[in-house]
Design a binder for this molecule. Structure first.
Ligand code: NDP
Length: 252
């Protein structure tokens, strides 16, 4: 039986084991897929131990996507561009890293929510591993603008430098007075029941408020969005499921 796991800290919230078990049932595959809690400074050790124990591959969740990028010995183009990895495949002599977050997010927004991104003003909250993975796919949809806001401003600025034209870095305070048709929460604030310090009125009337966290009901961002006139509220379960439709690229 092939062994897989999702590795993170925290990791108890992840629904990846249930979702992969369901996919395996529907395709007749015989797999074991578990949750692996790694210590904050122990990602590489946890991966090596899992691999040595026969693990075939892993999904990577917070806060390890940049560690996974550094650990991989071969990368898909999209993982190389994002400098973040959410999927590891253990081949005999290499660790192949891919990033399927952006494909999953865009597919969920476009196909499941029926919201086009072209020409829209898009706000991305957070500048961690998940934000890195979704920027290029969001830009590929040709939004009117893409603003990244983060609690630690330097991290958002680094992403604006990495992705170049088309990405603007703001502090939360600098968002005052701006309005966005699409707001994606790529922070982990909701896991602790926190609301990023969003000014009022950032949601344009009828806006899409997209929360990457899933399975927690109405998170503080979604509750705030509802009171601010957002028209479509979505959590990240669809993103998680749609990621599965995005096959490993061959490393090209
Ligand atoms: P990281 O740990 O890499 O980054 C966390 C980000 O959240 C940082 O930008 C951090 O800001 C910000 N943050 C944390 N707490 C707060 C707060 N109280 N207020 C404002 N900002 C805050 O995590 P990831 O990027 O890997 O993941 C982010 C979230 O997205 C996770 O909750 C994860 O579960 C979810 N996710 C869901 C997916 C899905 O398929 N649905 C896929 C990928 C991720 P700072 O830089 O200042 O520390």
């Amino acid at each position: 039986m092939d062994r897989y796991a999702v590795i993170g800290n925290p990791v108890a919230h992840s629904k990846s084991p249930e979702i992969h078990a369901e996919f395996a049932r529907s395709t007749g595959e015989d797999i074991e897929y578990g949750r692996l809690l790694a210590s904050l400074d122990g990602f590489a050790v946890a991966v090596e131990r899992f691999r040595a124990g026969g693990g075939k591959g892993a999904n990577v969740t917070l806060p390890f996507k940049e560690d996974a990028f550094r650990l991989a010995t071969a990368l898909s183009n999209r993982a190389r561009g994002a400098q973040a990895v959410n999927t590891l495949r253990f081949d005999r002599d290499r660790i192949f890293g891919d990033n399927t977050d952006g494909a999953g997010l865009v597919r969920d927004i476009r196909h499941n929510r029926g919201v086009a991104l072209a020409g829209k003003r898009v706000l991305l909250l957070g500048a961690g591993g998940a934000a890195r993975g979704v920027i290029a796919p969001l830009l590929a949809e040709h939004p009117a603008s893409l603003v990244v806001a983060n609690r630690t401003p330097g991290t958002a600025r680094a992403l604006a430098v990495l992705f170049g034209r088309g990405v603007e870095a703001n502090t939360y305070a600098e968002l005052a007075g701006a309005r966005f048709a699409v707001v994606v929460n790529a922070t982990s604030a909701s896991l602790a029941g926190n609301l990023p310090p969003l000014p009022e009125c950032v949601f344009a009337p009828g806006a899409l408020a997209y929360e990457m966290v899933y399975g927690m009901g109405e998170t503080p961002v979604l509750a705030f969005a509802r009171t601010q006139g957002a028209g479509v509220l979505a959590d990240g379960l669809g993103m998680l499921i749609e990621r599965r439709r995005s096959p490993f690229s061959s490393g090209a």
